[in-house]
Design a protein around this ligand. Structure first.
Ligand code: PRP
Length: 213
């Protein structure tokens, strides 16, 4: 068995918060910062490896066991549909997934948007949400700057993450329905969790203690 524990960390908003939290329980490595061009950063003494990946790819590395553990938002886990083990709600990275439209193009009811185009990074969650309400939509998958969709008439609406609400406000969009709440989670590969149980469980206990303080 490989002695190392490999942790997948997402680039972007969760990176700093994740490394800060890990540092508090002694899980760190020299050179672990977001600007690093190195994709694997190792702490030989602590037998730790950190890999820095695109946000949406964290569940994939963990499902296949290329990483034993990962930190990622609940929204990304839900969208990925990957078979991973969720160990801990870390509480930070609070946001929610919602549907928004341009303020001046609001329709009366949600159902009034049936058969329109929705731009999103989360087509699976969106599809589930709308189909549960008997709505058929056309999904346009974008990889970022989703708010641009309705502004340039690529779509009528968006399904995207809101954190502070600034992006919606600055682009004259208005939330019309909330779809799910999300926070960052510690996730594990199912086999790694069994094989490396002691170290992983100790990490979870240490993190829980820090989060309670
Ligand atoms: C996310 C999300 C919104 C924005 C919401 O995008 O997709 O665009 O943050 O945050 P706010 O409510 O605080 O304005 P991100 O910055 O991750 O970049 P992206 O658009 O490239 O996905």
């Amino acid at each position: 068995m490989n002695d190392y524990i490999t942790v997948a960390l997402p680039k972007g908003k969760l990176f700093g918060l994740s490394t800060e939290l890990f540092k508090k329980v002694g899980w760190t490595a020299e050179g672990l910062h977001e600007k690093s061009r190195k994709l694997i950063i190792t702490n030989e003494d602590a037998k730790l490896k950190f890999i820095i990946t695109k946000t949406a790819d964290v569940p994939t590395y963990v499902e296949y066991g290329a990483a034993d553990l990962g930190i990622i938002g609940k929204d990304v886990i839900a969208e990925s549909g990957k078979d991973i083990f969720e160990l801990l709600d870390l509480g930070f990275g609070k946001c929610h997934l919602m549907m928004a439209v341009p303020k001046d193009k609001k329709r009366t009811k949600l159902e009034d948007y049936s058969h329109t185009r929705v731009a999103t990074k989360f087509p699976h969650i969106a599809e589930k949400f709308f189909s549960e309400r008997g709505m058929q939509m056309e999904y346009i998958k974008l990889n970022g700057s989703i708010e641009l969709g309705p502004i340039v008439n690529l779509s009528e609406s968006i399904v995207d993450i809101v954190e502070t609400g600034t992006t919606l406000r600055e682009n004259n969009l208005e939330e019309i329905v909330s779809i799910m709440d999300a926070t960052a989670r510690l996730i594990a590969n199912r086999v790694s969790y069994k094989l490396k149980f002691d170290r992983i469980n100790k990490l979870v206990a240490d993190l829980e203690k820090i989060l309670r303080e």
